[in-house]
Design a protein. Structure first.
Length: 292
């Protein structure tokens, strides 16, 4: 796999929009993407479009068209082509093989529920949908013989986890939030890189893509800070440089709850049908960002 920037003539700043086609985009997504677009514009750079469509159960093709249309309606533009993750599985598979060759992954039968049960309640301050910390006692000893991956033409039917290095703290400087750090074993456990339904995890696919597509700054919601530590570890293990990060504040509804795709009233399509103009939304984002 080449982790090099595929386009030698690319600008210095490469950002990306990475929506998941699991529902209609809402105001919260639009605001995150507005931050990404503003960062790219200020740096005279470009944005790429990544379609995060690996979740077979939740992604639907009609949402892909809808999200691109909604983002165009808002006035965002990006450099073609659109990168669909479902079309890049061989690239992720190659990365998995490299991690395997380096002895950095292992097969694991523990379910998400086992892990959640072992650690009790999710830790304080942890993002809602963050994965619980995998207990170290459950990892195979470092000298255990590593089973082979199935041949490429056979499905992977077990989860494979990345062995988070034991050497303490992972640190990065976030361009919005400042210094961020996580301690291996306490905040970060071994995490899944390939799932038993034969799909790469979000962590692996995202790390491989951000490196392979030459992204220089990742702009996304603050709920993904913990994922950033994992993705930085994967990039290091794959010999790639990590990009910069800018995690923007999440938008909440009137009762302080984080916006989710089920907040249909705030879906961009609903707002558009009600006659809200893209300019009005963008003006609001500008005003909110100034007020923060
Ligand atoms: N597709 C992910 C989401 O919508 C975002 C991933 C990312 O920005 O890395 O939550």
């Amino acid at each position: 796999m080449s982790l090099e920037n595929p386009s030698p003539a690319s600008p210095r700043y490469v950002g990306r929009l990475a929506p998941s086609p699991t529902g209609y985009l809402h105001l919260g997504h639009a605001r995150t993407f507005w931050f990404a677009a503003e960062r790219a514009r200020a740096a005279g750079g470009v944005l790429l479009m990544r379609n995060d469509d690996l979740d077979r159960a939740r992604c639907r093709p009609e949402f892909v068209g809808a999200m691109l249309e909604d983002l165009r309606w808002l006035g965002f533009s990006w450099r073609e082509p659109v990168y669909s993750q479902s079309g890049r599985i061989p690239v992720y598979r190659e990365a998995l093989e490299r991690l395997h060759e380096a002895g950095l992954i292992y097969p694991c039968d523990r379910s998400r529920r086992d892990v959640a049960g072992a650690v009790g309640a999710p830790h304080e301050g942890g993002a809602q949908d963050d994965e619980p910390v995998f207990p170290r006692e459950w990892r195979p000893p470092p000298d255990a013989k590593l089973p082979a991956l199935p041949p490429r033409d056979e499905p992977i039917t077990t989860n494979w986890r990345f062995r988070v290095p034991d050497d303490g703290e992972v640190v990065f400087i976030d361009n919005a939030l400042g210094r961020q750090s996580a301690v291996a074993g306490r905040d970060l456990g071994d995490f899944i890189v390939w799932r038993r339904d034969d799909m790469p995890s979000y962590q692996l696919a995202c790390a491989v893509d951000d490196a392979a597509l030459g992204v220089t700054e990742v702009v996304r919601g603050a709920d993904l800070v913990r994922s950033t530590f994992r993705q930085i570890l994967l990039m290091r293990a794959l010999g790639a440089n990590a990009p910069q990060y800018f995690h923007c504040p999440l938008m909440a509804d009137e009762s302080g709850r984080r916006l989710a795709k089920r907040h249909d009233a705030l879906a961009l399509r609903t707002l558009r049908e009600r006659g809200v103009s893209p300019e009005a939304l963008l003006r609001q984002f500008h005003a909110d960002a100034k007020a923060d």
